[in-house]
Design a protein around this ligand. Structure first.
Ligand SMILES: C[S@@+](CC[C@H](N)C(=O)[O-])C[C@H]1O[C@@H](n2cnc3c(N)ncnc32)[C@H](O)[C@@H]1O
Length: 246
């Protein structure tokens, strides 16, 4: 039986972009890109390598951290929930674009190869260039994406993970899940290093919850949500629902 996807994870304001125009002519950027044998407009901005140049950018503390998205994807893809077809994942970039991640994508284990995939994606709109896209930029915005994920369920729940939300321990998170297991949940988590969401994303969510009084890493928040949701559905690694074998 094909089960409808029920947990929709959206990584919000992902710190992913190609090197912006205002930095491309800088000597340090040119040197970095020539070592990679690429043009600056085809290279991902990365705080690890471009930190000094990034000091010139507005909002620089929120940008150039593709590793946050990488670690988060690594922690939620290939989980039992994902393998059971019950998880969807989308990336919302700081410029508003939306990327669909095929849940069965097996991402490279090597971070540099992941960066190469994102560069290709941002340049061409999809990866791979031909055949079934594993990652692709959708022609939609965040508000429309959320509406389509709710799939006409008036009781669909949208939850924003936020350190400023209502403090609810991770163990109690399932208590706010909808009572029907087929009701979709849209779960938003920021995938940027510092500060608050700058996009209007927060206003699109019904509930704002903090899972800890301290700031958490995005990949920890996502892992907790995915695993707690799996336990609430009793999804086990044999990819069935309702199994009690753990
Ligand atoms: C590292 S935080 C973002 C930056 C953070 N405001 C800071 O200044 O360091 C990444 C995301 O994780 C989620 N998050 C962080 N702490 C959380 C908490 N205690 N409870 C729930 N979600 C949290 C939020 O969605 C947040 O946008």
């Amino acid at each position: 039986m094909v089960w409808p996807i029920m947990l929709h994870l959206i990584l919000l304001d992902c710190a992913i972009e190609l090197i912006p125009r205002e930095l491309r002519s800088l000597k340090q950027i040119q040197q970095f890109c020539s070592r990679r044998k690429k043009q600056p407009n085809s290279v991902l901005l990365d705080q690890t390598y471009h930190g000094t140049a990034m000091l010139r950018l507005p909002d620089q503390e929120r940008r150039g951290r593709p590793d946050i998205t990488y670690l988060t994807l690594m922690s939620v893809l290939e989980t039992p929930l994902c393998k059971a077809g019950l998880l969807s994942v989308h990336l919302h970039l700081q410029d508003g674009r939306i990327i669909e991640v095929q849940p069965h994508v097996r991402l490279p284990r090597n971070y540099d190869r992941f960066v190469g995939l994102l560069e290709q994606l941002l340049e061409t709109g999809r990866v791979p260039p031909k055949g079934e896209p594993l990652l692709r930029i959708l022609d939609t915005d965040l508000a429309n994406l959320i509406s389509s994920l709710k799939r006409d369920h008036s009781d669909a729940l949208t939850i924003l993970a936020s350190e400023n939300g209502d403090l609810i321990g991770p163990r109690d998170l399932p208590s706010i899940f909808p009572s029907s297991p087929t009701t979709p949940i849209v779960f938003g988590v920021g995938a940027f290093p510092h500060g608050d969401l700058v996009s209007s994303a927060a206003s699109l969510f019904d509930r704002k919850v903090a899972l800890d009084p301290d700031v958490m890493m995005a990949w920890h928040v996502c892992s907790e949500a995915v695993w707690l949701y799996s336990y609430s559905l009793n999804v086990s690694s044999d990819m069935s629902i309702g199994s009690t074998s753990g």
